[in-house]
Design a protein around this ligand. Structure first.
Ligand SMILES: Cc1cc2nc3c(=O)[nH]c(=O)nc-3n(C[C@H](O)[C@H](O)[C@H](O)COP(=O)(O)O)c2cc1C
Length: 330
């Protein structure tokens, strides 16, 4: 297996190099600053993303918490924006650049109705001219690279992902990530890596393959099929912030990675819970619940623990459950 070389992005004045071609995907409601802190622990050099940020709210100053602590984070963090109007995109991109974004990614794949109905996210797949106008204008307004995340099209019959991607390249996109499904497919069926291969063959800029990669073995197979310059890991990293680092280590033939055991998973959950509660108060427990439910898996007693954690009604109760479990393991 070849070792994937770094990816160079020229930008409009500020160039960037991605040392690690295994990317952590943007995940709304999940890839917040605390989740990224954990991903970073195993992946010092990987490109991570913010959750998608509404460009209009960032322009108006509402979405700032999503980019406010970027400069305190180590390693490259891309800010992902969504909207359908070039103006708010430009203003938001300028703000994100000055907040410390490594690059700006434009979301052209989000299937959520509320967003697509207004023309943003995956709806831009139906409007190549507007999509290109956004890329052209944002690229001109900032110095860091502008990248795009797309799906294969709106629906099978109407899509021409190669022309769409060529148009984005022409407009100044420095890299394109392709989730190998159409908008109509949502998350059903399998990601079409062959279709990603055809896009990769047609473009000069780097292409990142995305969809259904859950292990180093999947990543290797996907790279073989697509010849992509890197891969992006989404759902499989939920509850497994080590996965991007694990895949990178295994692909590059570094030492074999030991998947975290029960003790580490429980400690991680406790740390995440504490950080979320100290940042968001009792609401932090609601956010931590889904993470704990994903992370505390695959060890004896994990299902009983998850059941109790889901029923814990206060942060202290949940912390006590995790602490007691750790004492049992010591
Ligand atoms: C809960 C959830 C939130 C997501 N949020 C975003 C997002 O904010 N921006 C984005 O471009 N894609 C988002 N996605 C899509 C993923 O980044 C990724 O493209 C998709 O899940 C396919 O990759 P996977 O099979 O590795 O999960 C989200 C997916 C899920 C399941």
């Amino acid at each position: 297996m070849r070792v994937l070389p770094p990816i160079f992005l020229a930008g409009n004045g500020t160039s960037r190099s991605l040392e690690c071609p295994i990317l952590q995907s943007p995940l709304a409601g999940i890839s917040d600053q605390i989740f990224r802190k954990f991903v970073r622990r195993w992946s010092p050099k990987a490109l991570l993303f913010t959750e998608m940020v509404n460009a209009k709210s960032l322009e108006l100053g509402y979405g700032e918490e999503k980019v406010s602590e970027l400069s305190e984070e180590s390693g490259p963090i891309g800010v992902q924006l969504f909207d359908h109007r070039p103006e708010p995109m430009i203003e938001a991109a300028i703000k994100a650049e000055s907040a410390g974004a490594f690059l700006i990614d434009i979301n052209m794949g989000c299937p959520v109705k509320k967003i697509a109905k207004k023309g943003g996210g995956s709806a831009l797949l139906k409007d190549p001219e507007l999509a290109q106008e956004i890329i052209k204008n944002v690229s001109k307004a900032i110095s860091i690279p502008v990248t795009v995340k797309i799906r294969l099209g709106w629906c099978e019959s109407s899509s021409d992902p190669i022309s769409f991607a060529l148009g984005l390249q022409e407009a100044g996109a420095q890299l394109i990530t392709v989730h190998g499904r159409t908008r109509r497919q949502g998350f059903s069926g399998s990601a079409d890596w062959e279709a990603i291969a055809k896009i990769k063959q047609s473009l000069d800029i780097p292409v990142i393959a995305n969809g259904d990669i859950k292990s180093a073995r999947d990543a290797i197979k996907c790279i073989e099929i697509t010849s992509a310059d890197g891969v992006m890991i989404g759902r499989a990293s939920m509850g497994a912030p080590w996965l991007v680092g694990q895949i990178d280590a295994e692909i590059n033939n570094q030492k074999t990675f030991r998947t975290p055991d029960a003790k580490m998973r429980i400690s991680l959950s406790l740390e995440q819970l504490k950080l979320l509660v100290s940042k968001k108060g009792n609401h932090g427990l609601l956010i931590a619940r889904k993470h704990m439910n994903w992370t505390c898996r695959g060890f004896p007693g994990s299902s009983a623990l998850r059941h109790k954690l889901l029923r814990a009604s206060t942060p202290n109760e949940a912390m006590k459950l995790l602490e007691e479990e750790l004492i049992k393991l010591n």
